[in-house]
Design a protein around this ligand. Structure first.
Ligand code: GLN
Length: 495
């Protein structure tokens, strides 16, 4: 594994930018494509491999270097893009049959920014259909497997992006997180996953699931790599009215050490007897390590921050989804199944095009918004959401960051939860609340259990404090000394 593709992102881009160095964008892209060809038959992280596009982009980067121009901080770095983000000229499926044949007419803002910084898009990654799920089993094109154990899920919904990074097919991937879809798969595959503050990153070109919760973010092997991609994609965009500068919140200077950092321990984040003992031990170790480094633990309560998040989220998110997914009508995009009349065409297209989980969300969402029920469900959930956000604000008066696990358990087996939607929803108990409150949160690797399955911990911060959060996470990552584990599969195939 001594290939330049396994160096830090900063290092590989530096080598590509250095005219005297033999490492080129082309060589990095070819190695990434070679690894995808060797491994992805077993993982199914990719729905589409974009060899031509990646090679063209790499040639452009290498030509810029040869001409003495700087191609940018991601020069030549292979990038995988979750297939609910637009990449011009590539198919866009959202892992749904309903988008059959649809080709993206433009780049999402985040993709355009990454490519402008020198990144090369090697492909589109698998996901739960329309990002609804926690295992990538809800893909219409078949599941992605966890590179650490092919019988287990990689998490979801950004499971393809997480598996691709974990297996070393790419150093960087873009995901989206509506209720945990970057952090949970990052945790289950042993990589870093960062969900920025709501409004930090443009959603233009991300297919909307729940617009008030959706946020795009990076998956990477290290916090520094994730921070580099985040720095390139973040910032306001006229094409997304909710993206903004966090001027009012005056973010603090990032911490220079963990000494004195106030780390919140939230009573409601404690899952009692529920978490897996290895997950609990990884969290306990992180607390100890922080304490040894001089951080101060602060006991806090966020009454709606624990189990209450699940019912709030599973009303708000389906409500928004039912409205956002109304556009897939058989007329404007992708699949069209004929019917007797227009109404019949809609019904036939949506009935055939959407999978069972997406249909369930649309039904729930339509129900909670319907006359007579909106007060009891949607409006109550929105009131609880506002209260939850205020409780987070108060907690962050006493703590710089919060620490928790990311998921209750390590990666579970394929099929283990697929017949029980509520068991699947509960995977998100410690991730959905960050989206409901709009705060940033990051999952970082915290070792492996006896079976070699990755463990993780999560840090949270106040909205707008993304830079400080990333720096705190980098310091903790350093102290933990448990870098992203290399899957045995990758070691064998690439040796
Ligand atoms: N697993 C959650 C859900 O199914 C979150 C998904 C996401 O963040 N996109 O809705």
């Amino acid at each position: 594994m001594g290939h330049p593709l396994d160096a830090s992102v900063a290092e590989m881009a530096r080598r590509v930018r250095d005219r005297a160095d033999p490492v080129t964008a082309k060589s990095l892209v070819e190695e990434s494509l070679r690894r995808i060809a060797a491994l992805d038959g077993r993982l199914h992280a990719f729905l589409h491999v974009a060899s031509d596009l990646a090679r063209t982009q790499a040639e452009r980067v290498d030509a810029a270097v040869a001409a003495g121009r700087d191609p940018g901080p991601l020069a030549g770095v292979p990038l995988a893009v979750k297939d609910n983000l637009e990449v011009q000229g590539l198919p866009l499926t959202c892992a749904s049959k309903i988008l059959a044949g649809y080709v993206a007419p433009r780049d999402a803002t985040v993709v355009a920014r990454a490519v402008a910084a020198g990144a090369c898009v090697v492909g589109k990654t698998n996901l739960d259909e329309f990002a609804m799920g926690s295992s990538t089993e809800n893909s219409a094109f078949g599941p992605t497997r966890n590179p650490h154990d092919l019988a287990r899920v990689p998490g979801g919904s950004s499971g393809g992006s997480a598996a691709a990074v974990a297996a070393r097919l790419v150093p960087l991937a873009l995901g989206s997180d509506t209720g945990g879809s970057i952090r949970q798969p990052a945790a289950l595959t042993g990589v870093v996953g960062f969900k920025p503050s709501y409004g930090r990153v443009s959603r233009s070109g991300l297919v909307a699931f729940a617009s008030s919760l959706d946020q795009v973010g990076p998956l990477a092997r290290t916090v520094a790599d994730a921070a580099l991609l985040h720095a390139v994609i973040e910032g306001p965009d006229p094409a997304d009215a909710t993206s903004h500068v966090f001027a009012g919140s005056r973010p603090p200077a990032p911490p220079t050490s963990l000494a004195g950092l106030r780390v919140g321990r939230v009573a409601e984040f404690d899952l009692g007897a529920n978490p897996d003992p290895d997950v609990a031990a990884a969290l306990a170790r992180a607390r100890r390590v922080l304490g040894e480094a001089g951080a101060r633990e602060v006991q806090l309560s966020i009454p709606l921050g624990g189990a209450a998040g699940i019912p709030i989220y599973y009303i708000v998110a389906p409500a928004e989804a039912s409205s956002n997914l109304a556009r897939f009508d058989g007329i404007r995009y992708g699949l069209r199944v004929p019917g007797e009349d227009l109404e019949g065409l809609y019904a036939a297209t949506r009935g055939e095009g959407f999978g069972p989980e997406v249909r369930r969300r649309i039904l729930v969402g339509t129900f909670v918004l319907s006359a007579g029920y909106a007060d009891a469900y949607y409006k109550r959930a929105m009131a609880a959401r506002r209260a939850l956000a205020q409780q987070f604000e108060r907690a962050f008066e006493q703590a710089d960051v919060l620490l928790s696990t990311t998921t209750p358990t390590p990666a579970f087996r394929l099929g283990e939860k697929s017949s029980d939607p509520v068991a699947m929803y509960v995977c998100d108990v410690l991730t959905v609340v960050a989206n409901l409150a709009g705060v940033p949160a990051i999952s970082i690797p915290a070792g492996v259990n006896a079976a070699g399955l990755p463990l993780a911990v999560q840090l949270w911060a106040r909205a707008g404090h993304d830079a400080a959060l990333l720096e705190a996470a980098r310091l903790l990552e350093d102290r933990l000394g448990t870098p992203a584990p290399l899957p045995a599969l990758t070691r064998e195939v690439l040796a």
